[in-house]
Design a binder for this molecule. Structure first.
Ligand SMILES: NC(=O)c1ccc[n+]([C@@H]2O[C@H](COP(=O)([O-])OP(=O)(O)OC[C@H]3O[C@@H](n4cnc5c(N)ncnc54)[C@H](OP(=O)(O)O)[C@@H]3O)[C@@H](O)[C@H]2O)c1
Length: 487
């Protein structure tokens, strides 16, 4: 995209992937298509194999058939190349609670390592329910699956806990079996091109970087909006809600990318330390401040009564107190950001899908040669080939030059988030994964909101499907003399 990430696609990687939950939705919809793209680029070629594991008794051939079917939904390549790719796939029936099964898995991995000369490298991918993460990690260690000569990397999907206590417990279990350096916690927003480009954009535009602080920024807004409802995920959603599902992880990580210090840092340790410092400076909320600074909503049917209200969705309680919308004001105690509100918002059944960061500058920014009150928008999902807007129009046509690029944007290299993250896992690059210290700070913050909400009954449903959420979300900003840029 803007300053495209450089991948050495000519460097073939070798590894045995063991995918727990190999028959599931995530594996088929995201992981196998991503691995296939890497196969087509040559990053994965001769020296890799994928073991899918789950309880159901599939044969290798049946498993390969399901993999090919999932590829056919996303690619129109010749079936022959899909079949060649699928020859690297093997299936092992496995119950995560059965120790014997890990021995079978270990033997199969060793056999495939010899067959494909995979360098004793292992990627253990947890595409299963979070309650199994700890059990699997412990068994991988106790049953001796970890190899001595290659690397052993553990990949964990969200959610990582449901509050600080459960996240601590999970982390304790996992870290008994794997050192922090070998744990790759996925937040797929960190795999998105725009989010990965933000440090480059900041580092390459000194005026913009000089303006990114409390002297020149009025407020920053992060919106992750979806037009759909919970669809068939009502059961999961009842255990989560948008605060846990979107704010604790994706929104906080997006804020981390725009607000951390030192965007020129290349070292993963330094980058993570800067992000940890930022999250450690989160201004914690008293119960009264939660009431003032965070609003929650739950969708009702639409104006015509055609759409289901959240409480009418499958596997959702008739009196559910789970929020499908939230908006809030996040603040930091840091020298750089003290006094700047970060307004965050995420919801289901909003008018459109949108993922964006709006940076609203104040009048003083003219000192830096940026027009007063300029709004810079970073579109996390590109729309009509636009990625960056200045006052609502493409930055190139805005008449302002504080954002420039040495080369014209390249729109051909779209790399899916999961594909990009798998490249990082294979390369041992931990920059785009979340560290435990970051999670600890963000969970602590989110817990204070959750606890307050759980202690009070909400007046749900309180917004109509297809609208911008409850009126209180507008009032949150109006009170400060601000307004949402995306409305
Ligand atoms: N789907 C997504 O888009 C998505 C997005 C973000 C995060 N995630 C996370 O990714 C993980 C997987 O989600 P999913 O949607 O793929 O779930 P899913 O479709 O329900 O798949 C779960 C998998 O786990 C296997 N499994 C269940 N119990 C097992 C056991 N006791 N032993 C061994 N395998 C077992 C299932 O196969 P059997 O029934 O045959 O055992 C199946 O392959 C979850 O942590 C989820 O939160 C998913």
């Amino acid at each position: 995209m803007m300053l495209s990430k450089e991948f050495k696609m000519d460097t073939e990687k070798s590894a045995i992937f063991i995918i727990f939950g190999g028959s599931g939705d995530l594996a088929h919809r995201k992981l196998y298509p991503s691995l296939f793209r890497l196969y087509k680029t040559g990053l994965l070629k001769d020296h890799f194999a994928v073991i899918g594991t789950a309880r159901r008794p599939w044969s290798d051939d049946y498993f390969r058939g399901t993999v090919i079917t999932s590829l056919e939904e996303s690619f129109d390549d010749d079936k022959k190349i899909m079949e060649e790719f699928a020859k690297h796939f093997f299936y092992q029936s496995h119950d995560v609670n059965d120790s014997e099964h890990y021995i079978a898995l270990k033997n199969l991995a060793a056999k495939l390592d010899d067959q494909f000369e995979a360098g004793h490298n292992r990627v253990y991918y947890m595409a299963i329910a979070p309650r199994f993460f700890g059990t699997v990690a412990e068994h991988l260690n106790s049953e001796g699956l970890k190899t001595k000569d290659g690397y052993n990397r553990l990949v964990i999907e969200k959610p990582f806990g449901r509050d600080l206590d459960s996240a601590c417990e999970l982390n304790g279990n996992i870290s008994k079996a794997f050192p922090e350096d070998d744990i790759y916690r996925i937040d797929h927003y960190l795999g998105k091109e725009m989010i990965q480009d933000i440090p480059n954009i900041r580092a390459n535009n000194p005026k913009f970087e000089a303006a990114l602080n409390n002297k020149y920024v009025s407020n920053i807004q992060v919106t992750l909006a979806e037009s759909l409802g919970v669809e068939d995920r009502g059961g999961y959603y009842e255990t989560a809600g948008v605060l846990r599902d979107m704010v604790q992880n994706h929104i906080m990580q997006i804020i981390g990318s725009i607000a951390s210090d030192d965007p020129e840092a290349k070292d993963a340790g330094v980058i993570h330390k800067n992000k940890c410092d930022l999250f450690a400076s989160l201004k914690n909320l008293t119960p009264e401040e939660v009431d003032k600074n965070f609003v929650r909503g739950q969708y009702d049917t639409d104006e015509l009564g055609d759409e289901k209200a959240y409480r009418q969705e499958d596997k959702v309680a008739e009196d559910s107190q789970i929020e499908t919308f939230t908006a809030g004001k996040v603040e930091f105690n840091s020298k750089r950001w003290s006094g700047v509100p970060f307004y965050v918002r995420s919801g289901k059944r909003m008018p459109n899908k949108a993922s964006r960061i709006d940076i609203v500058f104040n009048e003083k920014v003219s000192e830096l040669g940026i027009k007063p009150n300029t709004v810079l928008t970073l579109l996390i999902e590109r729309t009509n080939d636009h990625s960056i807007l200045i006052n609502g129009i493409d930055y190139k046509e805005s008449g302002q030059d504080f954002i420039k690029f040495p080369e014209e944007p390249e729109f051909t290299k779209a790399c899916e988030a999961y594909e990009s993250l798998i490249i990082d896992i294979l390369s041992g690059n931990r920059v785009h994964f979340t560290l435990w210290d970051e999670l600890r700070s963000t969970w602590k913050y989110i817990d204070s909101i959750r606890e307050r909400w759980d202690s009070q009954k909400a007046d749900f449903p309180n917004y109509i499907s297809g609208t911008m959420g409850p009126d209180s979300a507008e009032m949150l900003l109006e009170r400060d003399g601000n307004s949402w840029i995306w409305d």
